[in-house]
Design a protein around this ligand. Structure first.
Ligand SMILES: Cc1ncc(COP(=O)(O)O)c(C=O)c1O
Length: 233
């Protein structure tokens, strides 16, 4: 009998399936509880925005047509908001999708991706799927005065070598909730070899206080090897 797993490329064969949390109704039934709030996936316990519901309902009348695959209006609105050329914007089905597209576009099995210990779980997964090298930098220690388990940019810089194609940085990071000083982050990006792409994952950007948010729209104009990912989720 065909063993489908053996037919997969080596990197995919070694992937471990993600085990999601149980659906909330199943968990409540199992534990005999009610009105629980699911926190594991960072979802909004207050429900969807009425504006999002109205927008979704408005397009229901057209679901017999293919959607605009290029997301023309959304791309244009994002380009205007961030002051970048619309050709610089790639949409995905969530930023996970974009991170995966980046890995598949730029990494080969002879390359490596640098990321920090305790960084967002998708970086090792996409690196593994390609069969590229995991160039994992030690995070700050548990007793670090401000950012326990946070990204140590110096340690990350030391991991970069001639095989490195991507550096994944989550700012702020999940699951540690740590963030980076904007000036230190910019210095890191400025000093990185221009053939190495810095992927700055800003999925939680909006949760940072205004004075801590780096001006990444500006950085995109200055550093051609910078990719910034954001999400609506
Ligand atoms: C740091 C970080 N980046 C990216 C994502 C991907 O989010 P989404 O695919 O929902 O946009 C997550 C989701 O948990 C995340 O925590």
């Amino acid at each position: 009998m065909t063993n489908f797993k053996n037919l997969a490329v080596p990197g995919v064969q070694l992937l471990k399936p993600y085990i999601p949390g149980k659906p909330i109704d199943e968990l409540e039934r199992e534990l005999g509880i009610k009105n629980s709030i699911k926190l594991a996936s960072n979802e909004n316990p207050l429900g969807p925005s009425p504006k999002a519901l109205a927008a979704a309902q408005a397009v229901m009348a057209n679901i017999h047509h293919y959607p605009d695959g290029s997301g023309h209006k959304l791309v244009q609105a994002l380009a205007d908001k961030h002051g970048v050329d619309s050709r610089c914007i790639t949409l995905g089905n969530g930023s996970n999708d974009v991170l995966e597209i980046i890995a598949r576009s730029f990494l080969a099995s002879c390359n490596g991706a640098v990321y920090s210990e305790y960084a967002f779980a998708v970086y090792p997964i996409v690196t593994q799927a390609i069969g590229a090298e995991h160039q994992v930098a030690a995070a700050f220690p548990k007793d670090h005065p401000t950012m326990p388990y946070g990204h140590d940019l110096d340690a990350m810089a030391r991991k970069i070598n001639t095989a490195t194609k991507l550096v994944f940085i989550a700012n702020p990071n999940n699951p540690t909730g740590t963030w980076l000083d904007a000036d230190e982050l910019e210095t890191f990006i400025k000093n990185v070899d221009k053939n190495v792409l810095v992927v700055l994952d800003e999925a939680y950007y909006e949760y940072m206080p205004d004075d801590l948010q780096p001006n990444t729209d500006q950085w995109l104009q200055q550093y051609p090897n910078l990719i910034v990912t954001r999400t609506f989720s």
